[in-house]
Design a protein around this ligand. Structure first.
Ligand SMILES: Nc1ncnc2c1ncn2[C@@H]1O[C@H](COP(=O)(O)OP(=O)(O)OP(=O)(O)O)[C@@H](O)[C@H]1O
Ligand SMILES: [Mg+2]
Ligand SMILES: [Zn+2]
Length: 577
C-alpha cells in the first residue's frame, strides 16, 4: 500500500463523515474526529504526532505509561479510513470485548475474532470483515498464527496493524508470550502495511526487540516519560503480622475510589479476602483457578463499584480501565521492576493522587527462588534471576522511586527527586505508626480515623454536600444503565467523565456535548436520559443505594459475607470446566 492510498481513503472517509479537508497538514480534521467520536477537546502529549505518523503510513513504536491514552493513537487513524480496517492484536479476550463495546458506544464499527465466538459468529464476522464493515478488528496473536489466517486476512481491506501490549513479544520483557513471536510473520505477509506497536513498559532492550521482531522500518519512536507525577510510591519491608496491619490501615484510609491488592499466591488471595471480611471490609477475589465466568463477574462488580477492594494474583489487571483506583498495594516483591511499574500504574489513571504501596517480606525471596527454579530453560531462568535482582535493588535503594523507575527504563531525567515517595519524603506517619502499633500492642488498629488523616490521604476524601450526592446519584443511574444493557459501567461512561458531568451540571444537550467524553453518539444515546436524571436530582431525588462503604458494621456484613462466600463456592464449583 502506498502512502497515497491511505491518505486518499482517509480523505474520502473524512468527507463522508463531514470532516472537512483531511490531510497530513490539516490538523483540524483530526481534531474534528477527536471531538466527534471521543468528545475530547485536545490531544494528550504525543498522541497527535503518533496519529499523524500512522496516517502517513509510517511504522511506530510507542511507549506510553498505563492510562496515557495509547488506544486512541491507533483508533483515531482507523476511524479516518472509511473503507478499510485496522487490525489490532491484543492479548486478552476480555480486553478485546471491552474495547469493541466502547467503540460501539462511540459509533465506531468494530469487531473481534477470538475463541469466545461460535463457528457461526466467527464466519459472520469474517464475512463482514471482508466487506470492510469494520474500522477496527481485534485479533489474538494465536489467531494470526493459525494456518488459515493469512488467506482470509488477505481478503480484508487492511489499513494497518496495531500491536497492543507489544512488550509480550520480547523474552526480555516481563510478560513474554510465545504466541506474540508469530507476529514476525506480518511483515512478510503484508510488506506494505504500516505496523504500529504499543506498550506501557519496555526497557531499552525490549524496545529494540520489538523493533527487530516486528521488523519495523524507520518507525516513529515515541517514548513518554515514565514518571507518573500523581503517584506516590512507598516501599516498606515488614513481617507477616505487620504487613496485614499496614494493609488494613492503608485500605481504611481510602474513603473514595477503589483499591487493588496483589497477593503472591492464590492461597494468599483467599486469606486476604477473609482478613478484610473479618475486619468489616467487603472485598472480592480474582485468580487463575476461578472459573472464567466467576472471574469476569467479580471484575464487573469491582468495575461497577459494587465492591471496592479487589484482591488478585497478577492474573488480574491487564487492560483494567478503571480510572479511580486510589491505591495499588503489593503484598510481595514483584517479579520485575517493569511488572511492578505496570501493576502499580493501574492506580490514578484519572490523574488524581494515588498511592502505590509495596509491603514486602524477607521470605518473598524464597517464593521467587522456588518459581524461578521451576523454569526449565536455562537462559530464561537466568533472565528471571536478573529481573529478581533488579527488584531487590529497587526496594533496597535509597534513591527516589520515580527516578529509579525512569532510569530503569533508560530515561535520563533532569530532576533528582519527586518529593513524594518514601525515599524523598520518608515513610508516611500513618504507616510508621501502624507498623509500630502492631509491634507495641500486637493488635489491630483503632477503626476510627480522624477526619484530618483521611483528608491528607485523599484530597477528595472530604468531598461532601451536593456534589457528592450528585455523584452518587449519577453513579446509580450509570449502574442501572450498565445492568440494563449488560455492559460494564465504565463502558457507559468513565469516572472522569461522570465527575465532569457532575461538576458542570449541563442543562441542555449542547451543554452536555461540551463535557469531555461526550462524543456525538454518546450524547445521542444518553443525552435526554442524563438531562432528565439531572432534573430529577434538582427536584430533590437522591440515590437509593449509597456507594458501598469500605467499612460496614461487622454484624450485618458477616451475614452477607457468609452468603456471598457460599454463592462464590457454588459459582466456582459449577464453572470448573
Ligand atoms: N486526548 C484525551 N483527552 C482526554 N482523555 C483521554 C485522551 N486520550 C485518552 N484519554 C482517556 O485516557 C484513558 C486511558 O486511555 P487508554 O485506555 O488508551 O490508556 P492506555 O495507554 O492504553 O493504558 P494501558 O497501558 O493501561 O492499556 C481513557 O479513559 C481514555 O478515554
Ligand atoms: Mg491500552
Ligand atoms: Zn521520590
Amino acid at each position: 500500500m502506498s502512502k497515497g492510498s491511505f491518505m486518499a481513503s482517509a480523505t474520502l472517509l473524512a468527507k463522508e463523515n463531514g470532516i472537512s479537508g483531511f490531510g497530513p497538514d490539516d490538523s483540524e480534521s483530526i481534531v474534528q474526529a477527536l471531538k466527534r467520536y471521543w468528545g475530547y477537546e485536545s490531544f494528550r502529549p504525543g498522541q497527535e504526532q503518533i496519529v499523524r505518523s500512522i496516517v502517513s503510513s509510517r511504522d511506530a513504536c510507542v511507549v506510553m505509561p498505563t492510562g496515557g491514552g495509547k488506544s486512541l493513537c491507533y483508533q483515531l487513524p482507523a476511524v479516518l479510513d472509511a473503507k478499510r480496517t485496522a487490525m489490532v492484536v491484543s492479548p486478552l479476550i476480555a480486553l478485546m470485548q471491552d474495547q469493541v463495546a466502547q467503540l460501539e458506544q462511540m459509533g465506531i464499527p468494530a469487531g473481534f475474532i477470538n475463541s469466545s465466538l461460535s463457528g457461526g459468529e466467527r464466519n459472520e464476522t469474517l464475512q463482514r470483515a471482508c466487506q470492510g464493515a469494520y474500522r477496527l478488528l481485534y485479533l489474538s496473536p494465536e489467531r494470526i498464527a493459525l494456518n488459515g489466517t493469512p488467506d482470509w486476512l488477505k481478503r480484508v481491506p487492511v489499513s494497518f496493524f496495531a500491536i497492543d501490549e507489544a512488550h509480550c513479544i520480547s523474552e526480555w520483557g516481563h510478560d513474554f508470550r510465545p504466541e506474540y513471536r508469530q507476529l514476525s510473520r506480518l511483515r512478510d505477509l503484508f510488506p506494505n502495511h504500516p505496523i504500529a506497536a504499543f506498550t506501557a513498559s519496555a526497557t531499552r532492550r525490549v524496545r529494540q526487540d520489538i523493533v527487530e521482531q516486528l521488523r519495523l522500518r524507520d518507525p516513529l519512536k515515541h517514548i513518554s516519560s515514565f514518571r507518573r507525577a500523581n503517584l506516590r510510591y512507598v516501599v516498606r519491608q515488614c513481617n507477616a503480622k505487620a504487613q496485614m496491619q499496614v494493609l488494613l490501615q492503608a485500605v481504611r484510609r481510602i474513603t473514595d475510589g477503589s483499591v487493588i491488592v496483589y497477593a503472591p499466591t492464590i492461597t494468599r488471595v483467599g486469606e486476604t479476602v477473609d482478613f478484610f471480611e473479618e475486619n468489616g471490609i467487603p472485598a472480592i477475589a480474582y485468580h487463575g483457578q476461578m472459573g472464567a465466568l466467576a472471574r469476569r463477574k467479580n471484575q464487573e462488580k469491582w468495575m461497577a463499584d459494587e465492591v471496592r477492594v479487589m484482591v488478585g494474583t497478577i492474573a488480574f489487571g491487564l487492560g483494567i480501565h478503571k480510572s479511580s483506583v486510589r491505591a495499588v498495594i503489593h503484598l510481595a516483591l514483584p517479579k520485575s521492576v517493569e511488572q511492578y511499574y505496570q501493576e502499580a500504574g493501574r492506580a490514578g489513571r484519572d490523574g488524581l493522587p494515588a498511592d502505590c504501596l509495596l509491603f514486602w517480606q524477607k521470605k518473598d525471596a524464597g517464593l521467587h527462588a522456588y518459581f524461578i527454579g521451576q523454569i526449565s530453560e536455562h537462559e530464561e531462568r537466568e533472565r528471571a534471576w536478573q529481573r529478581y535482582h533488579e527488584v531487590e535493588d529497587f526496594v533496597n535503594s535509597e534513591e527516589c522511586r520515580q527516578l529509579y523507575i525512569c532510569r530503569h527504563f533508560g530515561e535520563l531525567p533532569k530532576w533528582e527527586e519527586c518529593g513524594e515517595c518514601d525515599a524523598c519524603a520518608g515513610v508516611p506517619d500513618w504507616l510508621e505508626e501502624a507498623a509500630h502499633t502492631q509491634k507495641r500492642e500486637g493488635r489491630a488498629f483503632p477503626a476510627v480515623l480522624t477526619e484530618e488523616s483521611q483528608a491528607t490521604a485523599n484530597p477528595r476524601a472530604l468531598a461532601n454536600g451536593p456534589d457528592a450526592e450528585l455523584r452518587e446519584y449519577m453513579r446509580e443511574w450509570r449502574r442501572n444503565i450498565s445492568r440494563q444493557k449488560g455492559i460494564s459501567a465504565f463502558i457507559v461512561m468513565y469516572d472522569t467523565t461522570l465527575d465532569q458531568l457532575c461538576a458542570t451540571r449541563p442543562s441542555s444537550v449542547s451543554e452536555l456535548r461540551r463535557v469531555p467524553g461526550f462524543g456525538e453518539k454518546k450524547t445521542q444515546m444518553y443525552g435526554e436520559q442524563i438531562l432528565a436524571a439531572l432534573e430529577r436530582f434538582r427536584n430533590g431525588e437522591r440515590a437509593l443505594l449509597a456507594m458501598p462503604a469500605l467499612r460496614r458494621k461487622r454484624s450485618d456484613f458477616s451475614k452477607r459475607a457468609r452468603l456471598w462466600k457460599k454463592l462464590q463456592k457454588f459459582a466456582s464449583a459449577s464453572l470448573v470446566p
